[in-house]
Ligand binder design. Structure first.
Ligand code: HEC
Length: 331
């Protein structure tokens, strides 16, 4: 029994080696959870072996006693009985004491945790970072605590991130939350079960953990510039994000398409011989259906943006183009 106990204590003292039988651990709290889990499995295994052993011994002894009908009373067994009761109790209390700390740590998110709201809507999971950033993939910073709230509009959802040892179930009207601190940049599987919680997890996707500075960069690139920037600034960011600058310049030089410099107010000549002063309506039309009026001397290769750009985004782009025309400067 002393050997068993020391094995147990040895295991508890070691950092849990997650290799082999657990997915890679990529969150700060994962190591503690793994150790606790390993301890419980080992403890249950030991109890199982000891019980089997005891049953065997008792059985053999009883059979012998039956055979020999030894009437003499056995030695005093009190010590063994007390030990048999106390040892498992001590083990259980020790495991509990080690787990309580980790449990409390995992139950209460730190005050400075960043909040990400996962919501399962009609078209799957979305993640909201702030009023102006919502994405359909989960991106996280390494080394910063994150509180993940899980909600669903309709169908129940079970969200699992094995590498963080996190699983949360939410039903309509009954949200839940978890917190963790990702420790290593990289991509990790994220599983979200479909309409029925009973089915095994489906819809695998990825959690991307960035270094803290890369994450800030990413968050900035996802923010809705219409909410955070003045219109002309937002327009400048949008022509870059929407890929307009692949074909258009802002310095007057010609690429696949005409330059944006001085566009508003200039007279555009079209392949069909007609012409028009470029006003905001014309620019809007050019963006939504570029081939409706093809500028003379250019190929009709601009992709239509109808359905890919919001009206408010076009407004911001127009404001930006106007600012280019007003100053006549490249920016
Ligand atoms: C694949 C290259 C390409 C991309 C990407 C592209 N354009 Fe164009 N664009 C063109 C070409 C070529 C023309 C001229 C032919 C035509 O009118 O269709 C043009 C014409 C225009 C015109 C009319 C210019 C004039 O002088 O009358 C506007 C305005 C315009 N694009 C805006 C945009 C905006 C805004 C974006 C991004 C949301 C964009 N374009 C993305 C190639 C592109």
């Amino acid at each position: 029994m002393r050997v068993l106990l020391s094995t147990l204590l040895l295991l508890a003292a070691q950092p849990a080696s997650a290799e082999g039988w657990m997915p890679e651990a990529a969150a700060r709290t994962a190591a503690g959870i793994d150790r606790q889990f390993t301890l419980l499995v080992v403890f249950a295994g030991l109890v199982f072996v000891v019980l089997l052993f005891a049953i065997d011994v008792l059985l053999v002894k009883n059979l012998r006693q039956d055979d020999e009908r030894v009437g003499a009373p056995g030695a005093d067994r009190t010590l063994y009985r007390v030990l048999a009761l106390l040892l498992p109790l001590v083990c259980a209390v020790a495991i509990f004491a080690m787990g309580v700390d980790g449990y409390l740590d995992a139950a209460v998110a730190p005050m400075d945790a960043m909040t990400v709201q996962a919501n399962r809507g009609a078209d799957g999971l979305t993640f909201r970072y702030s009023a102006d950033v919502e994405t359909d993939e989960l991106h996280l910073p390494a080394g910063r605590p994150v509180r993940l709230t899980v909600q669903t509009d309709a169908a129940p959802v079970a969200l699992t991130i094995p590498a963080f040892r996190v699983r949360r179930d939410a039903r309509a009207g009954a949200g839940t939350e978890a917190w963790f601190e990702a420790s290593l940049p990289g991509d990790y599987p994220l599983l979200s079960a479909g309409p029925s919680l009973a089915t095994s997890p489906t819809e695998p996707s990825l959690v991307t953990v960035h270094s803290a500075s890369d994450f800030d960069q990413w968050l900035l690139s996802k923010s809705d510039v219409l909410l955070t920037l003045p219109p002309a600034e937002a327009g400048r960011v949008l022509v870059e994000r929407k890929g307009c600058l692949v074909c258009h310049t802002t310095d007057g030089s010609r690429l696949t398409g005409p330059s944006f410099k001085g566009l508003i107010g200039r007279e555009s000549h079209f392949a069909d011989g007609s012409s028009q002063i470029a006003d905001p309506d014309y620019v809007r039309r050019s963006i939504l259906e570029p081939t409706s009026q093809v500028v003379e001397g250019f190929e009709p290769v601009m992709p239509p943006f109808a359905g890919k750009i919001r009206d408010a985004e076009i407004d911001a782009i127009i404001t930006y183009l106007q600012s280019l025309s007003a100053t006549g400067e490249a920016s």
